[in-house]
Design a protein around this ligand. Structure first.
Ligand code: TUI
Length: 307
């Protein structure tokens, strides 16, 4: 399936793996790229040296293109922005902010820049600053989210910009991919479905929790702090939401979440940790390799689009 996005990125299949904090490491990213999609290394709050090591390891595992996601709220964002240029990374996506201060440097270095946006306003601004495409991410996604659903956001972003639009949020199978294409998207980005991939290094407790999750098992914490995060409901979210309702301070709330994602992903503490996942977690049924996921999603989408 060829689109402006596959041509832009030099990939075979219009499926991108989300740059998920702690989850999107080199085994996963390389497996997605090897399977014909675009794998991403999620920099999250990792520092320069950790990311450099990740990039080098991904390069050993695949000769195909892969990208780096720069999390703009990270204290190391400036260093990571420079690192991707030094390491000759071909594609950068950004999240949780506005990347315009890096755009000129990236464009001059020939890096393809794909900001993740949650509004038409930021999409238009990114196009003006020279973005090559945008990911329009709806609030069905896991992790840090915007306010509007994928179904409503994607067509409005498609109308607002000329550059290609990649849909994200709530896409977990070929039906979601076909629907996104009907809305005008030219590729999809999936995160949650890849969390449970065989190549994903996430703790088994985390994967099991996603496999057991039902449609309404995610909640959004941090609406009051301005950092809304979608996670699977657990002991930590119950306490967080209670404290949030009682008007707890940002500092008090942060003690609950600090390092909470790492605790869940690495240590498998899915009670006190932060189990970020999108609303499609309820659709996850089986563990598959990245190749199997990509082939199955694409085949189903192609069948539906030919109806
Ligand atoms: O970035 C994400 N998802 C993430 S980042 C993350 S790590 C984290 N952990 C705890 C607290 C904060 C971050 C986990 N999940 N998705 C992309 C995304 N970007 N979704 C929404 C946005 C966004 C929202 C507002 C982008 C820009 C924006 O406004 C910027 C502006 O200046 O207008």
């Amino acid at each position: 399936m060829e689109t402006r996005v596959t041509k832009l990125l030099g990939i075979e299949k219009p499926i991108i793996q989300g740059g998920m904090a702690w989850v999107a490491e080199y085994h996963l990213a390389a497996a997605v790229s090897e399977a014909g999609g675009l794998g991403l290394l999620g920099a999250a709050s990792a520092d320069y040296n950790v990311m450099k090591d990740y990039i080098r390891k991904a390069k050993e595992l695949t000769k195909k293109p892969f990208g780096v996601n720069v999390m703009l709220m990270s204290p190391h964002a400036d260093d990571i922005a420079r690192l991707v240029v030094e390491e000759d990374i071909k594609v950068v996506t950004t999240g949780a902010g506005n990347p315009e201060k890096y755009m000129e440097m990236w464009k001059n270095a020939g890096v393809k820049v794909i900001p993740v946006v949650a509004s038409t306003a930021l999409a238009k601004r990114m196009e003006r600053y020279g973005a090559d495409a945008v990911v329009a991410e709806g609030m069905e996604s896991g992790g840090h989210i915007g306010e509007i659903s994928t179904m409503a956001l994607v067509p409005q972003v498609v109308d607002a910009v000329e550059i290609p639009v990649i849909a994200a949020g709530g896409i977990g199978d070929g039906r979601g991919m076909a629907a996104a294409f009907m809305l005008g998207a030219e590729a999809v980005q999936m995160g949650t479905r890849f969390v449970i991939a065989e190549e994903s290094q996430v703790h088994d407790n985390y994967k099991d929790m996603l496999m057991k999750a039902k449609d309404i098992d995610s909640v959004v914490t941090g609406r009051s702090t301005g950092h809304p995060i979608r996670v699977i409901r657990n002991q930590m979210t119950r306490q967080y939401l209670k404290m949030e309702q009682e008007g707890a301070s940002l500092e008090e709330l942060e003690t609950l979440t600090l390092g909470a994602l790492r605790k869940a992903v690495k240590e498998g503490d899915v009670k006190n940790g932060s189990v970020m996942a999108g609303q499609i977690a309820g659709m996850l049924k089986k563990r598959q390799t990245c190749q199997e996921i990509i082939d199955e999603v694409l085949l189903e989408a192609e069948k539906l689009m030919k109806l």
